[in-house]
Design a protein around this ligand. Structure first.
Ligand SMILES: [Zn+2]
Ligand SMILES: [Zn+2]
Length: 329
């Protein structure tokens, strides 16, 4: 039998594996990529170590009790993480603490807060000569300390007003908070969705995260657990979670859960966990244009070259959202 490699395109590594499997077994078996799982994580939380009102242990226990798979405590300019804490809570495929810090800086009246996720040591604010300079300098420092850098709450919260122009100019910025707690907009300012589309329309890759930025864990507080990310990774390990985020293999949510997500031959296919809710999925492209609206719980969209990029924003009938990462054609 003559083996014919399947279309669509298969990269060189996979092709080599494919041929190897074929050679060894004589069967037409395409070597599978490692199985991945969705992991629920919060990557922006405060404790009494900065301006939160709850102890580190109580905060961690709250996320464990809410079935989060991983979390980062991100106190202001303080690393609330050490090996003792990690060994107390980390449990294989059950729970993972990832070191984190919210580098809390400003330029004149503009607060500039950046999360460093996975950092190997504390990161202190460097200040700078402009908003761009403060963001870029702190991001470089986070990266040097092995962290993934995220621009937090770019509008509204704390009267921060970091613009799409500024974000577009900063080469080493790849992540921003599209949703911080349930805050998605900002009075008299472009919403985070608008900021996102303006940046993406310039051809810059920017991934959106959601987090609860919880400070208050008293029973009446609505913040803890109000927004999070779901990461599609091979294992519940810091390296794998960060790698998956770097590749954009995650989505941001305030409650909408995706069962399956795939893109093949430029066709996006999503399977939403319905649980009896209604959905509206917006497929959004260049300049924030809505290209299609799908009201099923299996929305699909075929990308064309002229769309340049497509991202999805899903709205659930109870007001919950999900934001999927952009795909460039
Ligand atoms: Zn902040
Ligand atoms: Zn914060």
């Amino acid at each position: 039998m003559v083996a014919v490699l399947p279309e669509p395109k298969i990269d060189a590594m996979k092709k080599a594996t494919y041929i190897f499997v074929l050679f060894c077994t004589g069967h037409m078996v395409l070597a599978q990529e490692p199985a991945k799982k969705w992991y629920k994580g919060n990557i922006h939380t405060h404790t009494r170590n900065s301006d939160g009102n709850t102890s580190i242990d109580s905060v961690i226990n709250w996320y464990v009790s809410q079935k989060f798979d991983f979390m980062s405590i991100t106190d202001h300019n303080k690393l609330s993480y050490d090996e003792t804490l990690a060994s107390k809570y980390n449990s294989e495929e059950k729970f993972l603490l990832i070191p984190g810090v919210e580098v809390t800086d400003r330029f004149e009246k503009t607060p500039v807060h950046l999360n460093g996720i996975g950092v190997s040591e504390n990161v202190l604010p460097l200040s700078g000569t402009s908003v761009d300079n403060v963001i870029a300098g702190n991001l470089a420092d986070i990266s040097q300390k092995n962290g993934l850098g995220i621009l937090n709450h770019p509008n509204g919260i704390l009267k921060a007003a970091i613009t799409s122009e500024q974000i577009s100019r900063i080469k080493n910025l790849k992540f921003f908070e599209v949703c911080c707690a349930d805050f998605k907009g900002g009075s008299f300012k472009p919403s985070t969705d608008e900021i996102w589309d303006r940046v993406l329309s310039k051809g810059k890759i920017l991934y959106g995260v959601a987090a609860d930025d919880a400070h208050n864990f008293r029973p009446y507080s609505k913040d803890p657990g109000s927004a999070w990310i779901m990461v599609n990774a091979e294992k519940l390990e810091q390296k794998k979670i960060i790698e998956a985020m770097e590749k954009g293999d995650f989505y941001a949510t305030t409650g909408v859960i995706i069962r399956n997500y795939s893109i093949a031959d430029h066709k996006i296919q999503i399977e939403i966990e319905s649980n009896g809710y209604g959905f509206r999925t917006y497929f959004i492209g260049q300049n924030g244009k809505v290209l299609s609206v799908d009201e099923s719980d299996n929305p699909t969209f075929k990308m064309k070259k002229k769309h340049k990029y497509v991202r999805c924003r899903i709205e659930r009938s109870d007001g919950a959202y999900a934001w999927l990462q952009p795909n460039f054609y």
